[in-house]
Design a binder for this molecule. Structure first.
Ligand SMILES: [Zn+2]
Length: 68
């Protein structure tokens, strides 16, 4: 069966840019049903989890954390 992806679009509170994260439907569903985020959204990267949790876009995350 093909994996259905959910596109979660958010607006960054820091720069106002719209950005999105693709989440497999099954994982998104588990999260909606109350599973802890890091457990439910297991195929997402740390950056993507932060993107959903804080709504901060990847560019601003890098800026805040001082990554190059
Ligand atoms: Zn931003």
């Amino acid at each position: 069966m093909e994996t259905v992806m959910i596109k979660r679009t958010q607006t960054c509170p820091k720069c106002g840019k719209s950005h999105s994260v693709m989440v497999p439907f099954s994982e998104y569903w588990a999260w909606e049903c109350g599973a802890p985020m890091e457990q439910a959204l297991k195929s997402l990267t740390y950056c993507e989890l932060k993107q959903i949790a804080t709504k901060v876009c990847p560019d601003c995350q890098k800026e805040i954390l001082g990554y190059q």
